[in-house]
Design a protein around this ligand. Structure first.
Ligand code: NAI
Length: 212
């Protein structure tokens, strides 16, 4: 496959393709045309073809895509066949909710530990793991080959913690703190703002009610 720069917009759509293809595979569907995929996913067939062309196309024109092959190839592109060891920083409401959500493990994201700087939380068990202190983080990251940190702490301390994480060799931050992080090249940050999705919903309700 050609090693060209793929836009973040295309990459952002891959997990959805992956999810739909996984469902088709589970239903025993072996082949699908871009038009059929387009109907199910409510994306134009030309968008699908354009997206897939970034990766060499995946399928024969007029013949459809092989569902399992496409599913596996997209999984490989997303790096899902490697496992990722992750820790959560911030054992509050959100950190605990994420820790308790088991489904990420199906995709190879293995939850290894949870850390907090509040002494009252230390030792508290969340999904059978004790909350650890921030002082233990560096050694833990090295010993457990941790590559992803999930940041569920307030924005005021996010920059400082992100710096520490990059210093100790974390490769990716899944950032829920509402702040843009300046991190060195070589460490990837994915920001998540649930409220963006909610605002999009509000916009769509508004549009619909105004006859848009
Ligand atoms: P919370 O107050 O329940 O939990 C935050 C935890 O972080 C606390 O246990 C606190 O002791 C810990 N903490 C604070 N500073 C720390 C540090 N320097 N090192 C280690 N641990 C530290 O808050 P909640 O509800 O879990 O939210 C966490 C953060 O996520 C907030 O900043 C909130 O605004 C944000 N948030 C973001 C969402 C999103 O969609 N991006 C959705 C919900 C919350």
């Amino acid at each position: 496959m050609e090693n060209k720069e793929i836009s973040q917009a295309v990459i952002g759509r891959l997990p959805r393709y992956f999810r739909f293809l996984g469902e088709l595979k589970d239903e025993g569907i072996e082949r699908i045309s871009s038009q059929e995929l387009s109907d199910i996913m409510q994306v134009t067939a030309s968008q699908i073809r354009q997206d897939f062309n970034n990766f060499g196309g995946f399928g024969q024109q007029g013949y459809g895509y092989k569902v399992e092959y496409l599913y596996e190839e997209i999984g490989k592109i997303l790096g899902l066949y490697k496992t990722h060891n992750l820790i959560i920083i911030g054992a509050g409401n959100l950190g605990q909710a994420l820790a308790n959500y088991m489904n990420f493990e199906r995709r190879g994201f293995l939850f290894k530990g949870i850390f907090d700087n509040n002494p009252h939380l230390l030792g508290k068990k969340i999904r059978n793991m004790e909350v650890k202190s921030m002082d233990e983080m560096e050694i833990f990251v090295k010993e457990n080959d941790i590559d992803i940190a999930v940041l569920t702490i307030p924005k005021a301390s996010a920059a400082e913690v992100a710096k520490k994480l990059s210093d100790i060799g974390i490769r990716g931050i899944w950032n829920f703190a509402h702040v843009d992080l300046n991190v060195p090249r070589g460490i990837q940050v994915e920001n998540v703002h649930l409220s963006d999705s909610l605002m999009k919903l509000a916009y769509n309700i508004n549009q619909f009610e105004n006859g848009g």
